[in-house]
Design a protein around this ligand. Sequence first.
Ligand code: SIN
Ligand code: FE2
Length: 217
Amino acid sequence: MTSDLFDSVPDTRPVREDMAEGAVLLHGHAKPVEGELIVALREIVAQAPFRRMHTPGGHQMSVAMTNCGQLGWITDRSGYRYDGNDPETGQPWPAMPAAFLQLAIEAAATAGFKDFMPDACLINRYEPGARMSLHQDRDEQDFGAPIVSVSLGLPAIFLFGGLERSEKPRRFRLEHGDVVVWGGPSRLVFHGVAPLVDGEHSLLGRQRINFTFRRAR
Ligand code: SIN
Ligand code: FE2
């Protein structure tokens, strides 16, 4: 006979971890809907494939990206911005699946941000070695809305700093199903992701997927 009690390591982490004022880590929060998220992700990627974009400085990012929702975040030689169309296909980004929207709204509310209504979802794919350097999310029109970030697949170290780039970031391990919400006094915190360590995830293989929900306009 098999039982979850015996074939998995018990998760002893607290459900809710306060990271800073306005920033919380909700451990395992997306796990109950992992299957729906992964099915919907496959449909999005079939229409708007992952691609490694270029920064305005001409560097190719190690993280591959796509988007869903009314607006998608893009970067190229002319800068960072949101656009309603996928530049690769000229078509609108795939609609935000109901399961994505519900999770984002509900996680924001759990973190204390009522009435969050995202219009953009950036989807990041990290393969082993991929990383994201410290940055602020500041291409949105209004910083009143929080950022909701959902992690799936391989674990990663999330770097969470302060309002100045010089502040040494703290390190938080993000595992499959973890959700981070930051807003209010933490909305413009510098954050990033350390190089992904190789591994094999039972549902997603050798990768980490991150959904970042924002209110862009
Ligand atoms: C991001 O800042 O867009 C990505 C964060 C993450 O991958 O956890
Ligand atoms: Fe970010």
